[in-house]
Design a protein around this ligand. Structure first.
Ligand SMILES: [Zn+2]
Length: 557
């Protein structure tokens, strides 16, 4: 029987119910029945995660719906209570003494993750966690509330996308004026939300015994095999090998178009002939994606068919819907869900190549023992998604039209490279922010400007005053809601591009290595997963330089 999204139901948990369920698990442990206790606990966590994912998804689908918002607020308030119970049980299991016996049941990596988890929580920070979730939800609502007027139409932020990529430079400029006008009008609220979040996170870190939020942030992301020094060295690699290349690409674009300067609003238009667009709207793309996956791999193809038939996608943009795209999962069901906001640009294609990568991994690894292995840590998860973006290059004509396929591949490769300086800038900024938690909003804007000059020296914002004053980062949800997450995309890009290089030599074996990596899910730390797929860790000397060299040859720059 095909699982259907609209038939997924999960009763709302309560604090009393959770406490009782955890007490029963403790009793099983007291009896010495560890396998039964672990199995019960895994089931409990899966039901809780399924319910939580549903509540957050429904809020994202309609942020203006009062019931969805109340449900999310309830979930956000319950989450620290659930974390309290969960961490207490992890502590007990870890302190039981028989680590080898425990690892035989859970896998050694799960224990390493729990070792990390128990240092990131204490009942003393429960109110802070609840407040953090509340502030993050307010940021999402604020951005989703945007009602913008352009070309006689009222659109939300995602709806500005086609205008920002219009071949007419004046329209691109107008789109950016409208976008940043919205942020300028909400500058006070945006500064205030971030200021509260930074101070709150610093306070949590101090309560847990950390000097600053940074080490806590790394631990919350369950990074067990690298630290801030490794990340800093990777940022330097980007500055050395990618920043000059992107500078050359932008200069070539300026010259090709005969412009005196290349402005910020020109950056989105990568292809002088107009960025290739999807060949059709939602329904056409959903159908064509099936043809694409049929061509790529039978496992991908049958999984995608299951997603479509079960209604596990919500891709159309509409008023009140939260921005962005993501993949979420329901661990009791096994089939994940894809959320996006189609706007008629090439970004729509990313849903089928990026979010499907996440979804496919989640599906392939659903049989691994224990919920801890269902998703890898984020930097590894982004290899699954960004890797599929590159592996779909040979078939991409099915989504953009065969005549535009070459131009799309070039645009995607340039986009992947151009992302890296921005990605590491966002990361470097957060390291500075959390190292200086008492900085004023104005000082944070100055930090951003200083880093922008290093990583994106070409940025020319013209009359967009909000950006000239260092406000660009405020449109990036990760900076508010998922601190230190952003570098994960930049690390994964280096790995995804290695899949691209391999697929150009031998497509079938690259695809096989990709599917095998997906099936390993989160059963190992980042660099182990990378090596297991025959890739080189981005922290290794030369890993980034090698893929950049191949890109330079292909792009002819
Ligand atoms: Zn992703």
């Amino acid at each position: 029987m095909i699982p259907r999204f609209d038939s997924i139901q999960e009763p709302t948990p309560t604090q009393a119910g959770l406490t009782e369920a955890y007490a029963a698990i403790e009793t099983a442990l007291d009896r010495g029945d560890r396998p039964a206790a672990l199995a019960d606990w895994d089931g409990l966590r899966r039901r809780y995660e399924t319910w939580s994912a549903l509540v957050h998804l429904r809020f994202a689908q309609d942020t203006a719906d009062a019931t969805a918002r109340a449900d999310r607020d309830y979930a956000d308030a319950l989450s620290p209570e659930a974390a309290d119970l969960e961490v207490a049980l992890k502590r007990r299991l870890l302190s039981d003494g028989d680590r080898t016996g425990l690892a035989a049941l859970t896998g050694e990596h799960a224990l390493r993750l729990w070792d990390t988890d128990v240092t990131t929580f204490d009942p003393a920070i429960k109110p802070d966690l609840e407040e953090e979730a509340r502030l993050c939800a307010r940021y999402t609502e604020l951005l989703a509330s945007a009602k913008l007027t352009i070309g006689g139409q009222t659109v939300n932020l995602a709806g500005l996308g086609p205008y920002a990529e219009d071949p007419d430079r004046e329209i691109q400029h107008e789109a950016e004026c409208v976008r940043w006008g919205f942020f300028a009008a909400n500058a006070g609220a945006l500064d205030d939300l971030y200021d509260q979040l930074v101070k709150l996170r610093h306070r949590m870190a101090r309560k847990l015994g950390f000097e600053t939020y940074t080490p806590l942030g790394y631990r919350r992301l369950r990074r067990v095999d690298y630290g801030a020094d490794d990340v800093a060295r990777y940022r330097e690699q980007v500055a050395r090998h990618v920043v000059p290349l992107v500078g050359r690409l932008l200069e070539a674009r300026r010259a090709a178009n005969g412009w005196d300067r290349l402005r910020f609003w020109d950056e989105a238009l990568v292809d002088p002939a107009g960025n290739p667009k999807p060949i059709g709207d939602h329904d056409v793309l959903v159908a064509q994606a099936q043809a694409m996956f049929d061509d790529m791999d039978p496992r991908l193809a049958s999984f995608y068919r299951l997603m479509v038939q079960g209604g596990f996608m919500d891709l159309k943009n509409r008023p009140g819907k939260a921005g962005g795209g993501f993949c979420t999962s329901f661990p009791t069901v096994g089939v994940p869900f894809i959320f996006a906001n189609f706007n008629g640009t090439h970004h729509d294609i990313g849903v089928f190549t990026h979010e499907m990568g996440h979804a496919f991994q989640n599906w392939e690894s659903r049989g691994l023992p224990g919920i801890d292995y269902l998703w890898p840590t984020m930097e590894a998860a982004e290899i699954n998604s960004m890797g599929l973006e590159f592996l779909s290059h040979p078939q991409i004509g099915l989504l953009v039209g065969e005549d535009a396929a070459d131009r799309f591949r070039r645009m995607h490769l340039i986009g992947a490279l151009a992302f890296l300086p921005y990605g590491v800038c966002v990361d470097h900024f957060q390291h500075e922010v959390y190292a200086n938690p008492d900085a004023s909003p104005a000082e944070r804007h100055a930090m951003w400007q200083r880093l922008e000059a290093i990583y994106m020296p070409w940025s020319d914002y013209g009359d967009l005053d909000f950006l000239t004053k260092g406000g660009r980062w405020q449109a990036k949800p990760h900076i508010y809601g998922s601190p230190f997450y952003y570098i994960d995309y930049a690390l994964a890009q280096c790995c995804a591009m290695q899949f691209w290089v391999k697929s150009r030599r031998d497509y079938a074996s690259a695809m096989e290595a990709y599917v095998a990596l997906c099936a390993r899910g989160g059963s190992a730390p980042f660099q182990d997963l990378v090596r297991s797929a025959g890739l080189v860790s981005p922290f290794a000397d030369g890993a980034l330089a090698d893929v950049v060299r191949e890109a330079e040859v292909v792009l002819g720059v």
